[in-house]
Write a protein that binds this ligand. Structure first.
Ligand SMILES: Cc1cc2nc3c(=O)[nH]c(=O)nc-3n(C[C@H](O)[C@H](O)[C@H](O)COP(=O)(O)O)c2cc1C
Length: 361
């Protein structure tokens, strides 16, 4: 199975499965001399970790991060940083009754047909357990962004059609479902509970914002900021659509409504979501990430087994009733990774930058 890596200069490769001994990543391209705040990395993993509330899967993992390499006396050495998160709370028996059949909506069917073998325990490599490694890599990216005073924020915008009207990223940090709007949080929770009580699941939308990204980040033509963000977000399990700025809504507007007029200091609006021609324009970069409802639900569903017999799929186990909640943290991490990768790439785009680096050698 190839293509487990992401990024060009700041790059990472992940390994591990849902019910294997652990999940981790090797992050390459981190400049030497970056102070690594282990507590910060842990706090990012804690935001994604399962089992924090009834609105998430009840799989309880500590998700404690071990830094295996690339850091000496708390500072990066410029060598690959290996991060390991051990799995501790697997219940593989829960999957024994579905090991020969394909869960509707999950990757079982395609993995089986592609590889002729699949780790049925918790979805193996197709499990979102892999995303813990992305959040670890994203935390390192965020430490680089902090040095540059660039911030990446996220929250849950919409659950089961209930949308935030007022975006409050500070409230999202405190909300148990990372809701962006105090006024709709209860309704959003209610939608999740209702679905869970009827053995079902709901979809949702995360909103990610990159603040203070300087003008000029993004590489035309095939490494545009928006194209890389879309690719990063679509690589997350369960993501079915991505919008930049006003996204789909922009296609319904007139040019006179959608254009962001320009004054001396600022753009007078931000329909473009901070990106023009694939390059950041200095405004907030706004990304909406659309998650489908969790495929593993506890209602009987028609499916087939490996021999092609029609059977009924009845699941046991523990699953998120709404993946957008923990998914929002993963989306935030991926945005940070894209921003850092393109920032590092951008340093090589002007002779002045090269001269500055050369003078220090
Ligand atoms: C943070 C997160 C948690 C998830 N939790 C579950 C889960 O508990 N059960 C499940 O069936 N799918 C879960 N998913 C979604 C599946 O991993 C995903 O639907 C599956 O891999 C198939 O991929 P696709 O939906 O992109 O086609 C989760 C996804 C994310 C991002």
């Amino acid at each position: 199975m190839a293509f487990n890596s992401f990024g060009e200069i700041f790059s990472f490769s992940t390994f591990g499965e849902s019910h294997g001994s652990g999940v981790g990543c090797v992050v390459d391209g981190v400049p030497a001399g970056l102070r690594i705040d282990r507590e910060f990395i842990q706090s990012e993993l804690d935001r994604r970790k399962p089992g924090k509330s009834k609105y998430e899967t009840q799989r309880k993992e500590d998700d404690e991060v071990e830094i295996l390499s690339g850091v000496f006396e708390g500072v990066t050495t410029g060598t690959p940083i290996a991060l390991l998160i051990r799995n501790k709370n697997q219940k593989s028996k829960d999957y024994s009754n579905t090991k020969d059949l394909f869960r509707p909506g999950h990757a079982d069917f395609t993995y089986w047909h592609k590889y002729g073998i699949r780790d049925y325990r918790g979805g193996g490599r197709s499990s979102a357990r892999e995303t813990v490694a992305r959040v670890a890599a994203g935390a390192i990216a965020k430490l680089i962004l902090k040095e540059l005073e660039i911030e990446v924020l996220s929250g849950v915008y919409e659950i089961a059609g209930v949308k935030a009207k007022n975006l409050d990223f500070d409230f999202a940090k405190r909300s148990i479902i990372y809701s962006l709007d105090k006024r709709v949080e209860e309704k959003q929770k209610e939608m999740i509970e209702k679905a869970r009580n009827s053995h079902d699941s709901v979809g949702g939308v995360a909103l990610v914002k990159i603040k203070k990204l300087p003008i000029g980040i993004g590489e035309p033509i095939y490494k545009k900021l928006d194209n890389l963000l879309a690719s990063a977000m679509m690589s997350i399990n369960g993501v079915k659509a991505v919008e930049i700025g006003d996204g789909i809504e922009a296609s319904r507007l007139k040019g006179s409504q959608n254009n962001d007029e320009i004054s001396k200091e600022v753009f007078l609006s931000n329909h473009s979501g901070g990106i023009l021609g694939g390059i950041s324009n200095g405004e907030d970069v706004d990304i909406k990430v659309y998650f489908k409802p969790t495929p593993s639900i506890f209602q009987p569903q028609k499916t087939i087994d490996k021999d092609g017999n029609e059977v009924i799929c009845e699941l046991k186990g523990r699953h998120d009733p709404c993946i957008a909640i923990r998914g929002s943290v993963v989306a935030e991490a991926m945005a940070a990774i894209v921003a850092v990768d393109l920032l590092l790439l951008n340093m090589s785009r002007r002779v002045e930058n090269i001269k500055k680096i050369y003078e220090r050698l």
